[in-house]
Design a protein around this ligand. Sequence first.
Ligand SMILES: Nc1nc2c(ncn2[C@@H]2O[C@H](COP(=O)(O)OP(=O)(O)O)[C@@H](O)[C@H]2O)c(=O)[nH]1
Ligand SMILES: [Mg+2]
Ligand SMILES: [Zn+2]
Length: 305
Amino acid sequence: MSLMEGLILTGINNIFTVHSENNLYLCEIKGKVLRGLENVYNPLAAGDKVKFAVDEISDNKGMIVERLKRKNEFSRWNNKRNAPQTIAANIDYLICVASAGNPPFRPRFIDRVLVMAESGIDVLVVLNKSDIGIDNTTMVRMEDYKRMGYNYIVCSAETGENMDTLKKIISGKISAFVGQSGVGKSTLLNVLYPGHELKTGAVSIKHDRGRHTTNYSKLIFEDDGGFIDTPGIREIEIFGINPDDLGFHFNDFSEFRETCRFQPCQHKNEPDCGVIKAVEDGLIHPDRYESYLRILASLEQSGAV
Ligand SMILES: Nc1nc2c(ncn2[C@@H]2O[C@H](COP(=O)(O)OP(=O)(O)O)[C@@H](O)[C@H]2O)c(=O)[nH]1
Ligand SMILES: [Mg+2]
Ligand SMILES: [Zn+2]
């Protein structure tokens, strides 16, 4: 029995759509567990590369026997499952989508995405829904992200503003679109890559947040690249970071960290802390520091390291 290599496009209930040599195969994990990944809640995510055996009777079916080594992954802690959940694997570009309003701009969500984005992943922050107006505090935050090394663009799927710029940036790459539900990920992708008709949903007026219209991550191929539409996420729970190291995931802390009297320093209440001083001097945005403290508290509480 010969094995083929393929790319996971999507998976629901142990049925995975695998792309290989211009064909699609519906595959299951052999025995439901992959060797070496026995304790992982979702061992395969959109973007994973696998080895599989094609069924001898129906040639569009197969059995996955191995996951190939990942280049990178974007994951979060899934509280419901009490396990890490990989949202996308092997991506070239993480597109962190936020909206200027409806649902309200939530920089703390962006902060969490940036913490979970491994150092090897390029991140672009996309502020969508510019057509409904962007307030000044939001723009200050976007500029702050830029200062700490993350590029951003302001756009509107509705009016088409900057859509060609965005398309240019992601063409030829595999990008994953992440963000709170309702910010317009699927709508943006429908404009960028017409023809796939991803489901979109009205933002509920009552809660001012989107409904979950996308239930699972899905990779879609285009000739020059591809994209992963990810499910509506209400919160990104951080895991796998030692509280002492959290500060290293905040790029804007880097130039001040070295001046902390204690090493390691959790920048919480240590005397002569360079980070706390920078916050007091207005060199680190107070809301970034607040994000930091909240994530630190959650890491200490969960003990998930
Ligand atoms: N005003 C405005 N509404 C938008 C824009 N992009 C998306 N929407 C609306 O926002 C709602 C949620 O969009 P959707 O793509 O489902 O969000 P997702 O949950 O992030 O995939 C839909 O009603 C869209 O029509 C935009 O640029 N401007
Ligand atoms: Mg969606
Ligand atoms: Zn410190």
